[in-house]
Design a protein around this ligand. Structure first.
Ligand code: ARG
Ligand code: GLU
Length: 716
C-alpha cells in the first residue's frame, strides 16, 4: 500500500462510531434510539417524543408535504402555513396576468374572504409511520428470484397499506429504505382546500433570481403563505364556502431570538432523493456522463428562453416558472460536478472500496457473500452508462425538452380511438382536448419551442450514433433532404399541436390520416417508439440488476462497517436532520459568515438587472431603520446558513431551534455543497434559510398584513 492510499484510508477511517450532528437524514421514529442523546448533547432541549409521537401532539403534526415536492409547516392555530415562494410559484403564477401581475407585485389577502383558491393544490400530513420490514420480508429467502421477490413485496405492501386505512379517510403507502433492506408504512392525511394568503413580490421572494440561486451569500425572502381548510367536521374536503380553517394538532411558535452562531438547529421535512451509497463507478457515471449531458442540453433551452423572455413582459410571465425549473437542475448539477471534483469524491469512494474489500477478504463468510460484489458493479456499470446516457437524452430532449412533443403526446388516446373508429371514444377525447386548449396555450410561445426543437434535434443527430437514432431522422433525410430546419418549419407552420387555431380546427373535424402525417405527432411517436423499443427494456433490466446489487451492497456495508450508523438515502419521506448555525470556508482565504442582512440586499441593487430590483418601500423602510421588533441593534437579518444535511424537497422545511421554535425557513443549499446528495462534507455543505424575523418584517412592515402576525405565537 503506498503512502497516498494510506492517507486516503486514514480519511475514510475517521468516520465516527456513533451518529453526529450534520451528516444524515434520520427517521423520526428512530430518533430516540439513534440520535436523541447526540441531539441533546448538541443543544436540543426537547425529547425525541416531542418531535415524533403518535399518542400526543408533537412537532410532526405541524409539518407536511406541500403540493408535489415541497415541505410546509403550520404556524397558527387557524391553519396558516408557510412554505417557499418558489414552492408556491406555479400557483402564484396561475393567478397572474399582465394586467394583474401578482408574481411581480406580490399578493396579500387582507382577510380570509380575499384568499385565492387553488383547485389542484393539496397538502399532506403524516399521521403515523411504522417499521413493517419483518411483515414485508418474512420468509423471502435468497433462493427467491428478483421478480418473485418484487411481486411478493408489492402484494404485501398493498395489503398492509389497505389494512392501515380501512374505515378511515387516510391514505397509506409502504416504502423501501436502504435499497429494500427495510420497509416502512406511512399513514397520511391529505387536505384539498388550500388557499393562497400571501406572497411577496418576486423582487423580494426571488431577489437575486437565477444569478443567486444555489449560492451564498443570499438575500431573498423565499416564502409564501397559504391557509388549509377542512370541512366543518375537521376532515379534508374539496373547496367549499362552508369549509373552516384547519385546527392543527400542533403549530410552531416563532422565535425572535434568531439564529446565532453555533446554535443547535434541526430541519424537519421531506428530502426527495440522495445517493450517498453509490459505488465509485456510479459516481463516475454521474459526474462524467449524466450531469454533463443534462447540463449541455438544458443550456441550449435556457439560452433560447432567456432571449425571448427579455424581449417581452408577456413571455417573461409565461416562461417564468418553466425557466426556473429548467435552470434549477442545470445549475445544481454544475455545482455538483465541481464539488465532487474538488472534494475528490471519486478517490474517497475508491479508498472506501479498498477498505471494504480488505475487510471482506479477511472474513471467509463475507468473502463468500460479498467477495465479487464490486467487480459485478464494475461490469454492470460499463454497459449501464451508455443506456443511461440514451435515457437522459430522451428525457432532456424529446420527453421534456420540446414542448410540442409533450403536446403531441396528449393526442395518443384520440389517435387510438380514431384508429379503432370508436365514435364515443373519439367524441370524449375531442372534448377533453378542446377543454385543455386554453391551459396549454396560456404559457406557450411557439417561436421559443421552434428554436429549441431545432437545437435539440441537431444535437441528437450529432451525439447519437446511427443505430441509436429514432427513425424520424430517416424520414427527415428522405422527405426533407436531411434538413432539420425544414422539418421544424413544417412542425411550426402545419402541425395541429403547435397552434391553438389549428388545434381547434382539427378537433372540429378530426382525421386519422391528418394525424398520422402531422410532423409533431410523428416526432413524438418516433421518439417514444425508439425509447420504448430500444432503451427502456435494457434500462429497466439493468436498473433492476443494479437495485438488487445495491441491496446486497447496502447490507454488506452495514455489516462490514458495523461501527458506523448508516442513515437511509432520502426518498421523499419525513426526516430529521440536525446541525449548527455555522459559517464556512469555501476556499483558501475566504470565509463565509453565517448570516446576511438587509444592508447586503441594498448593496446588490442593480437598476439595469430585473433580478436585482428593489421595491421603493423596502428602501424606505431600510433607510428609516423601521424594522419593528424584528431587527436587532438597527440591523435587519435576512438569511442564514447551517450544517443541516438537506436536499431537494426540503424546500419550505421548518428550521427549528433547541426549544422547538421556528427560526428559519429552509430554501436552498450553497453552490460548494450541492454535491451533498452524493457526498456530504460538513466543511463544504450548508443549507440556506430565510431568517423568520425577515419573513415577519416583510409581512408586517412591508405588506402591512400585521393581522396575520396576530394569529401567530411569537416568542420574544
Ligand atoms: N435552488 C432552490 C431549489 O432547489 C431554489 C430554486 C428556486 N429558485 C430559483 N431562483 N430558481 O429548489
Ligand atoms: N430548493 C430546494 C427545493 O426545492 C431545496 C434546496 C436543496 O435542494 O437543498 O427543495
Amino acid at each position: 500500500m503506498n503512502l497516498f492510499t494510506r492517507m486516503l484510508l486514514a480519511v475514510v477511517l475517521m468516520l465516527p462510531a456513533a451518529t453526529k450532528a450534520d451528516e444524515g437524514m434520520w427517521l423520526p421514529i428512530l430518533l430516540k434510539q439513534l440520535n436523541e442523546a447526540d441531539m441533546q448533547a448538541n443543544g436540543l432541549k426537547l425529547s425525541a417524543d416531542d418531535i415524533y409521537n403518535i399518542n400526543a401532539s408533537s412537532l410532526k403534526d405541524a409539518v407536511g408535504i406541500f403540493g408535489g415536492g415541497c415541505t410546509f409547516e403550520v404556524i397558527s392555530p387557524q391553519g396558516l402555513i408557510l412554505t417557499n415562494h418558489h414552492c408556491g410559484y406555479g400557483v402564484i403564477q396561475s393567478h397572474s396576468s399582465v394586467e394583474n401581475d401578482i408574481l411581480s407585485n406580490g399578493f396579500w389577502a387582507m382577510n380570509k374572504k380575499e384568499e385565492l383558491t387553488n383547485p389542484s393544490l393539496t397538502v399532506t400530513f403524516i399521521v403515523r409511520m411504522e417499521d413493517v420490514t419483518e411483515k414485508v420480508l418474512a420468509g423471502i429467502g435468497s433462493d427467491v428470484s428478483e421478480a418473485e421477490r418484487a411481486g411478493i413485496i408489492q402484494q404485501r405492501a398493498q395489503e398492509l397499506a389497505n389494512e392501515a386505512v380501512a374505515g378511515t379517510h387516510y391514505g397509506a403507502s409502504v416504502r423501501p429504505f436502504y435499497y429494500g433492506n427495510e420497509y416502512y408504512l406511512f399513514v397520511t392525511e391529505t387536505f384539498r382546500d388550500v388557499r393562497l394568503v400571501g406572497a411577496p413580490p418576486s423582487s423580494i421572494g426571488k431577489f437575486g433570481g437565477e444569478t443567486d440561486n444555489w449560492k451564498w451569500p443570499r438575500h431573498n425572502a423565499d416564502f409564501s403563505l397559504f391557509r388549509v381548510y377542512s370541512g366543518p367536521d375537521g376532515k379534508p374536503a374539496p373547496y367549499s364556502e362552508e369549509n373552516i380553517p384547519l385546527k392543527p394538532r400542533h403549530y410552531f411558535p416563532i422565535s425572535l431570538k434568531g439564529a446565532n452562531e453555533n446554535d443547535f438547529t434541526m430541519v424537519y421535512g421531506f428530502p426527495g432523493s440522495t445517493q450517498e451509497y453509490l459505488t465509485s463507478h456510479g459516481v463516475d457515471m454521474i459526474m462524467n456522463s449524466q450531469d454533463p449531458l443534462r447540463i449541455g442540453l438544458r443550456d441550449q433551452r435556457l439560452k433560447v428562453m432567456k432571449r425571448y423572455m427579455a424581449s417581452s413582459d408577456k413571455i417573461r410571465i409565461q416562461y417564468a416558472s418553466k425557466y426556473a425549473r429548467v435552470a434549477n437542475g442545470y445549475k445544481k448539477w454544475k455545482g455538483e460536478i465541481r464539488g465532487l471534483k474538488r472534494d475528490s469524491a471519486l478517490k474517497k469512494k475508491r479508498a472506501f472500496e479498498v477498505e471494504f474489500m480488505s475487510r471482506v477478504n479477511a472474513n471467509p463468510t463475507w468473502k463468500k457473500k460479498y467477495g465479487d460484489l464490486l467487480s459485478q458493479f464494475e461490469a454492470l456499470y460499463q454497459q449501464f452508462s451508455s443506456v443511461n446516457y440514451e435515457r437522459f437524452y430522451f428525457i432532456e430532449s424529446g420527453y421534456s425538452g420540446i414542448e410540442a412533443v409533450s403536446m403531441a403526446n396528449r393526442f395518443t388516446k384520440l389517435d387510438k380511438a380514431l384508429e379503432l373508429k370508436e365514435e364515443e371514444g373519439i367524441q370524449k377525447e375531442v372534448e377533453a382536448l378542446r377543454s385543455q386548449i386554453p391551459g396549454i396555450f396560456k404559457d406557450y410561445h411557439a417561436p421559443i419551442d421552434r428554436e429549441v426543437s431545432m437545437a435539440l434535434l441537431e444535437s441528437t443527430r450529432e451525439d447519437l450514433s446511427m443505430n441509436q437514432l429514432p427513425d424520424i431522422f430517416e424520414h427527415i433525410r428522405k422527405k426533407y433532404k436531411n434538413d432539420i430546419g425544414r422539418f421544424v418549419e413544417a412542425m411550426f407552420t402545419k402541425s395541429v399541436v403547435t397552434d391553438a387555431g389549428r388545434m381547434e380546427a382539427f378537433l372540429a373535424k378530426p382525421s386519422l390520416k391528418k394525424l398520422k402525417k402531422d410532423p409533431a405527432i410523428m416526432l413524438n411517436t418516433s421518439l417514444r417508439a425508439n425509447y420504448f423499443a430500444r432503451v427502456q427494456p435494457t434500462y429497466g433490466q439493468m436498473d433492476a440488476q443494479l437495485d438488487s446489487l445495491y441491496r446486497i451492497y447496502m447490507q454488506a456495508q452495514r455489516e462490514v462497517f458495523s461501527e458506523k450508523t448508516f442513515y437511509p438515502d432520502a426518498n421523499f419521506t419525513l426526516r430529521v436532520t440536525y446541525g449548527k448555525v455555522q459559517g464556512m470556508e469555501p476556499k483558501d482565504g475566504v470565509n463565509y459568515l453565517h448570516y446576511t442582512t438587509l444592508e447586503g440586499v441594498m448593496a446588490k441593487e442593480d437598476p439595469n438587472n430585473s433580478e436585482f430590483y428593489i421595491p421603493e418601500k423596502l428602501k424606505t423602510l431600510y433607510h428609516a431603520k423601521d424594522f419593528g421588533k424584528y431587527g436587532i441593534d438597527g440591523v435587519m437579518p435576512v438569511c442564514f446558513i447551517a450544517s443541516n444535511h438537506t436536499s431537494g424537497g426540503n424546500s419550505g422545511s421548518p428550521v427549528i431551534n433547541g426549544e422547538g421554535h421556528l427560526i428559519g425557513l429552509n430554501f436552498d443549499r450553497n453552490w460548494e455543497g450541492t454535491m451533498s446528495d452524493i457526498n456530504y462534507d460538513v466543511k463544504q455543505c450548508r443549507n440556506i434559510s430565510v431568517d423568520l424575523r425577515y419573513v415577519l418584517f416583510i409581512i408586517d412592515k412591508f405588506a402591512d398584513a400585521g393581522y396575520l402576525i396576530e394569529e401567530m405565537k411569537l416568542v420574544e
